[in-house]
Ligand binder design. Sequence first.
Ligand SMILES: [Zn+2]
Length: 397
Amino acid sequence: MLRVMHTSSSLLLLRNATVYAPESLGVLDLLIGGGRLLWMGPRLDGLPSALGAEVLDLDGRIVIPGLIDGHAHLTGGGGEAGPDTRVPPPFLSQYTLAGVTSVVGVLGTDDVTRTTGELVVTARGLIAEGLSAWCHTGGYHLPPVTLTGSVRSDITHVDRIIGVGELALSDHRSSQPTVQELLRVAADAHVGGLMTGKAGIVHLHLGDGARGLELVREALATSELPPRVFNPTHVNRRRGLFTEALALARGGSWVDITAFPVGPEEDAWSAADALAQYLASDAPAGRVTVSSDGGGCLPVFDAEGRVEQMGVGDAGALLATVRELVARGLPLAQVLPAFTSNVADLLRLSGKGRVAVGGDADLVVLDAALGVAHVIARGVWHVRHGQAVRRGLFEPR
Ligand SMILES: [Zn+2]
C-alpha cells in the first residue's frame, strides 16, 4: 500500500517573504523545522550546510498564515433533498489548494446518517494526511447527537471535539428549540470548555426565519453565560439578521460570516459585503470570522420548503473573499484576521492563525493575483506552484 510520507523534520528557509502575520511585518526570512516556525528576521546568514536546509527565495511574495475554516462539512453534508443529495467528503487537496490548513468539522441537517464518531475519525484522517482538524459535537437538532452521551463529556473526553454545533435556530429544519433547551446545551459547552481549555462554544446555524437572533438575546439576558459562548454563523444570509449580528458582536459574541454565493436579487450580503460593513462599523474587529460551509450543500428552498436548486460549499470562497476586499481597496492586514487570528482566538487553537515564532508552520505563499502559489501545513509542502504535491490516500491523481 502506498502511504503518503510526511517529513516535517527537514529544515526549510524561506527568503524574502513579505509577511502578513496577519499584521504587516515587512520582508523577512523564515526558518521552518520540526513543523514549526523556528526563527523569523530580516536576514538569516551563515546557516551551516551540514543542516541540509532547503532554501527558497520568495522574491518578495506575500506570506500569510494558513487559513482556518471554522465551519466545514468534513464528512460531506447535505441530504436534505433525499439520499442522492448527500455530499461526499472533500479530499485533502480541496482544502490545501484553497490555502486552508486548519478545519473545524460540523454535522448539519443530517445528524442521523452522519455521526459524531464519523466526524471525529474524518478529522483524524485529515491530520494523518498533514492538515490540522477539529470538530464540534451535535448537529442541527436537539437532543444533540454525541459520541459519549453528553456535550460536556464529548468536549471533556474527546481530543478533537472543541464545542457543539451547528445547532439550528430560526430555521424550518431546526428542532425549534426553546430558550431553556438552548441554555442547557450552551451551559454544557461552556463547562466542557472550562474543564479542558477548549473553545466550549455553541456554534449556531441561523436560518432565514424572521426570529433571527431573538433566542440568543433571550439566552444572554436570562443566564450567567458569557457572550462568547454563543457563536452564530450564516449571519449574512439576511440583511436584517446581519444588523442583529453586529449588535451581538458589540455585546461580546463572535459572529461568523459564510462565504456562500449571493445573487443580486437576494436579501443577503455577500461575505465581502458583510465583512466590509463589519470592519467599517464600531463592532470589535477581533470578533468576526469568515467560514466556507465547505462540503455542505447550499440548497435554495421554495415557499413550501422544497429544494429548488443545490450547490456545494467550497473552501476556495475564503481566499476569493479576501481578493475581492483587497480589490476594493481594503488593506490585506485588515481583512486577514477574520480568516486567521480571529478564528484561532475564538476557537482557542494555540499555535494557529498567525505567523509567529514557535507557532505551527502553516503558511500560504500568495502569487501576484493573491491566488495560492505554495502551501505549507505543519512544516510540510502541500502545494507548490499552484499544484497539490500531496493528496489524500483515496484522492484521484
Ligand atoms: Zn448551516
